[in-house]
Design a binder for this molecule. Structure first.
Ligand code: CTP
Length: 433
């Protein structure tokens, strides 16, 4: 099982020269330091899965900070470091980042580990990681460049498409790994292994999630909700009791599930249409998870997540504008004019507009929202504040109001071109006084 495999040729074929050059340079430097250097983690996993990933994580069996400083100098980059964790990041002139960590035996005190004398420091470093598929390394010293280091059967798990932890205490040490397991499972269309699944269920029974800070939970939740295949991850979190462990108010029901499935369609439709402005995908899904929760109960969720005041205010605002706009648009029976659609939807942040689109079952409303997103929202007018100033108007809140009314008139094609718009504004001013 410990066959030594060299993936030098695979690396040469699949990696950009720039990345290879960094690895070779770091390998040569390791040789000069008289130490061993490896590239590890997701980068190696993704080479074997033929997925592009250029996040370089190096582990060196020497002082990683010294190593990083020297690498930075050699490649005309700069190094930043964390003395406490003996880690550093080298930032190259083109912005490429190279993380450098120190593999040192004395840091890892695992009662469950093999006798420590038998372990090389790279093995110890890999052993403290989450899953076998993330615990691969490739040796980059010149004499063994490309040698795959697989202590834990990761190649077999990649072949069997399995997410498997390295030791039974993994989820106890770090319960966020439960969410990571689901994220990788769904991302790669793998399955969580049987033993690993039992350990997840155990960890949840022991309420290990209660010990996690709101910050860490939200961080992992955002990562999951920002990936592709979100509905699958949400269903999996629900099925395993992860949503309930995060907060009992978040468990799935059929209407949430329906909306979340529809959100995936709406979000991918939207992302194909526009690049700007980009939406916050996780927030849109999070709206789906919180559907039906009353305002006072939402407080519990904000507290559990330790949202900052700003985050809480933003999310409250998002929910309120949705509530208001949905109330207005959902009950519509007659045809809406473009200006009416715009008036209802423009106060709602884009995440909320997409949410309303996913929630409605009425094609007419979907069409209105699509019209808003693809044209009404983007239509511009020709007059500006400067024109109002020239009309002798004192700058103030009425500027925004006048420009807004002009936009509405343009949307309904009541006025066209700058001259008509100016005439329109003059008329409004007159009638207003
Ligand atoms: N890791 C871990 N436990 C965690 C988080 C991370 O053991 N709770 C380890 C993993 O082995 C991972 C490495 O730290 O390979 C780097 O973490 P991260 O950058 O999050 O993982 P990637 O595998 O690179 O994930 P992604 O593809 O999403 O970037």
């Amino acid at each position: 099982n410990k066959q030594v495999r060299n993936i030098r040729n695979i690396m040469r074929n699949r990696l950009p020269n720039k990345i290879l050059e960094i690895l070779e340079t770091a390998g040569q430097m390791a040789e000069e330091f008289g130490t061993e250097a490896y590239v590890v983690g997701g980068f190696v996993r993704d080479i074997l899965l033929t997925k592009p990933n250029f996040d370089l994580d190096l582990v060196v069996e020497t002082d990683g900070i010294k190593f990083a400083k020297k690498l930075a100098k050699k490649m005309s980059g700069r190094a930043k470091y964390h003395r406490k964790f003996k880690t550093a990041v080298v930032i190259l002139p083109d912005g490429q980042r190279v993380d450098v960590a120190t593999a040192r035996l004395e840091y890892y005190e695992y009662p469950a580990a093999l006798p420590t004398v038998e372990l090389s420091s790279i093995k110890m470093d890999l052993y403290r990681r989450d899953f076998t598929v993330n615990a691969l390394a490739v040796h980059i010293n010149p004499s063994s460049f490309g040698k795959l280091v697989d202590f834990f059967g990761a190649q077999r798990d990649l072949k069997d498409r399995t997410i498997r932890i390295l030791h039974a205490l993994s989820f106890v040490e770090d319960p966020t790994r439960i969410m990571r397991a689901i994220r990788f499972e769904q991302r790669f269309d793998f399955r969580i292994g049987g033993q690993t699944l039992n350990l997840i269920k155990n960890a949840l029974k022991l309420n290990l999630f209660n010990k996690l800070s709101g910050y860490r939970i939200v961080h992992e939740l955002k990562l999951i909700l920002n990936e592709d295949a979100v509905p699958g991850s949400i269903k999996r979190m629900d099925e395993l009791g992860v949503l309930e462990a995060i907060h009992p108010l978040l468990v799935l029901n059929s209407s949430r599930e329906q909306v979340i499935t529809e959100l995936e369609r709406v979000i991918s439709w939207h992302s194909l249409l526009y690049l700007e402005p980009t939406i916050s995908v996780w927030k849109t899904y999070f709206l789906g998870l919180c559907m039906g929760i009353s305002k006072p109960k939402m407080e519990q969720i904000y507290n559990r997540f330790s949202f900052s005041q700003t985050e809480e205010r933003e999310f409250v605002h998002l929910r309120e504008t949705i509530f208001w706009a949905a109330g207005n648009i959902m009950n519509i029976r007659e045809e809406l004019k473009p200006s009416e659609i715009y008036t209802i939807l423009h106060p709602v942040p884009l995440e909320g507009v997409l949410f309303i689109m996913a929630r409605t079952k009425r094609d007419m409303i979907k069409k209105y929202i699509s019209q808003y997103l693809t044209t009404l929202r983007l239509q511009t007018i020709d007059i500006t504040g400067d024109d109002l100033k020239e009309l002798g108007l004192i700058p103030g809140p009425q500027y925004a109001q006048l420009l807004f009314e002009t936009k509405l008139a343009c949307l309904d094609s009541l006025v066209k071109g700058k001259d008509e718009q100016l005439e329109f504004v003059k008329k409004v001013i007159k009638s207003g006084k």
